[in-house]
Design a binder for this molecule. Structure first.
Ligand code: NDP
Ligand code: BG6
Length: 495
């Protein structure tokens, strides 16, 4: 299904996300015919740009990031417009009315409007209020939807406040809280793997699973986002949203059907079952770290405190490892170890399901455990590890693997990137892959004790860049007799 005819209004259109992700995603949708001729984009920000200079800026980005060229690029750019306003001043929003009227007329988009908030989060409450003050949120003339970028709030209280502010102007069905991890093909595949195969479901519970690891590792540092990152840390930047959403996909119950309500009911249900962390749990089961100088990919890199925009005495974590538990029948007693960090040895997101060992070791004390490794990125794929007899005398078992790689599918060229998929879904009115308010609140509620610990300058361990985080993170899992997998390029196609 293609996008519905509409005008996409991007607030924060002179910013980084717009030219690096949003415009490229819209361009690619246009190129493959998912976005017809009946669409326009109105960029909005404070910078004084003309339609022409905005187009030129976006064209340059498309050439740089998408290697775009040719008539499709020209045609796409003709659909781009720009309006400068003071985003904090309600009066200024009057300037949007004639622009939108004209665009809806010209492209016959029937008033359908998708607002995209890509500004500093402090404006996420203000912009809806200003739009509503000018009647720009009512659905008498076409639908109105709003995509809200992360972070959705700064903690549970601010998330609730933001919800109240936005709900004054938009109803829940109009609100699309974006988490780009949910747009990743491999994250969605978790649902298909789990719920379309009879093989896994009987094993997917506390009776057969020993523990689950979720790793979101990055080799990059904070780059030029030091100012933003220092307020967020790994907790707000990756854990509270992306990784808890992935955890929910691993742990949720099967939805009755795949639609926005059914899916999001199950996601919210499992997030509500996260075992609340007491102060003692935070001390025992949460490890925070901050990168120091080191070697990544053979190159010397600076420590976090030397990064631009980071205060010299910052206590912000760039790494965290947490033992989570889920209080329900399926998962009681099964720990979910989740870790994420910057300046780790490699970029990898993966989920490892560790199955219990056999009840009695018939052949060897050291028979390999069975694991299912789900590689979200890069080298996307799935690997099943199990033991087989080592050739030769005796009955020693060795670990072997059965691997599936996404790159082996002939149709991977038509995969949509996360932003393409999510923008297309919002333009079709499908909120299945967007976070619902109750799920967002459940995530904030779970992390609040860690936020409190951070606020009291809780212990943050230093780790050398290019390592897998502080050694305390290894101890966190080793004290339960387990080890983190050290992911490598094992999914790479063999040549
Ligand atoms: P930038 O700082 O690059 O851009 C912010 C945009 O907001 C600019 O266009 C700025 O333009 C505009 N703006 C409007 N009003 C204000 C104001 N009062 N103060 C400052 N800027 C204002 O941010 P990003 O594009 O990187 O990010 C946008 C949002 O998306 C953020 O909330 C971020 O957390 C989120 N995000 C970003 C990601 C990324 O990869 N960049 C990834 C995931 C989320 P002008 O000054 O012309 O008004
Ligand atoms: C963003 C974070 O939301 O996700 C970044 O703000 C992080 O700090 C990025 O690098 C990771 O996304 P991906 O898709 O590269 O894993």
């Amino acid at each position: 299904m293609n996008a519905e005819n509409s005008c996409v209004v991007i607030f924060g259109a002179s910013g980084d996300l717009t030219f690096r992700k949003l415009i490229p995603a819209l361009y690619n949708l246009y190129k493959i015919g998912k976005l017809g001729e009946h669409f326009s984009v109105l960029g909005v920000a404070r910078s004084e740009l003309s339609d022409e200079s905005f187009r030129q800026k976006m064209r340059d980005a498309l050439v740089k990031f998408e290697k775009a060229s040719g008539p499709k690029l020209d045609e796409f750019c003709e659909h781009l417009y720009y309006q400068a306003i003071n985003t904090s001043s309600v009066v200024d929003y009057a300037k949007l009315l004639p622009r939108l009227d004209e665009l809806h007329d010209r492209y016959q988009t029937g008033g359908n409007t998708l607002y995209y908030l890509s500004t500093p989060p402090s404006l996420y409450g203000t912009i809806p209020e200003c739009l509503a003050a000018h009647g720009l949120t009512t659905e008498e003339f076409g639908w109105k939807r709003i995509i809200v970028e992360k972070p959705f709030g700064y903690d549970i209280e601010t998330a609730k406040k933001l919800d109240v502010q936005i709900h004054k102007c938009f109803e829940e069905h109009q609100i699309y809280r974006i988490d780009h991890y949910l747009g990743k093909e491999t994250v969605q595949n978790l649902l298909v793997l789990r719920f379309s195969n009879g093989l896994f479901e009987p094993l997917w519970n506390r009776n057969f699973i020993d523990y689950v690891e979720i790793t979101g590792a990055e080799s990059i540092g904070v780059e030029d986002r030091g100012g933003y990152y220092d307020d967020s840390g790994a907790m707000r930047d990756m854990f509270q949203n992306h990784l808890l959403q992935v955890l929910a996909m691993v742990a949720m119950e099967p939805p009755a059907i795949i639609n926005a309500n059914s899916m999001r009911d199950e996601v919210a249900k499992v997030l509500h079952c996260l075992h609340p962390l007491s102060e003692e749990d935070v001390k025992n089961d949460v490890i925070l770290g901050q990168y120091a100088r080191g070697l990544v990919d053979g190159e010397e890199v600076v420590g976090y405190l030397e990064e631009k925009g980071v205060p010299a005495d910052s206590n912000t974590e760039t790494f965290m490892a947490v033992k989570c538990e889920i209080d329900n029948w399926r998962w009681a007693g099964v720990p979910f170890y989740v870790r994420t960090g910057k300046r780790l040895p490699t970029r990898v997101t993966e989920i490892v399901i560790h199955f219990k060992t056999t009840p009695h070791p018939v052949f060897s004390q050291n028979a390999p455990e069975n694991k299912l490794i789900i590689r979200v990125q890069p080298d996307e794929g799935i690997s099943m590890r199990f033991g087989l007899k080592k050739p030769g005398a005796g009955f020693e078992a060795k670990e072997v693997s059965m691997d599936f790689r996404y790159s082996d599918l002939s149709s991977t060229s038509s995969l949509l990137t996360a932003y393409e998929r999510l923008l297309l879904d919002a333009l079709k009115g499908d909120a299945t892959l967007f976070a619902r308010t109750d799920a967002v609140h459940a995530c904030w509620r779970f992390v609040q004790p860690i936020l409190d610990y951070k606020a009291n300058r809780g212990r943050v361990y230093e780790y050398e860049s290019g390592t897998w985080g502080p050694t305390e993170a290894d101890k966190l899992i080793a004290k339960h007799g387990r080890v983190w997998r050290k992911p490598s390029g094992m999914m790479k196609k063999k040549v």
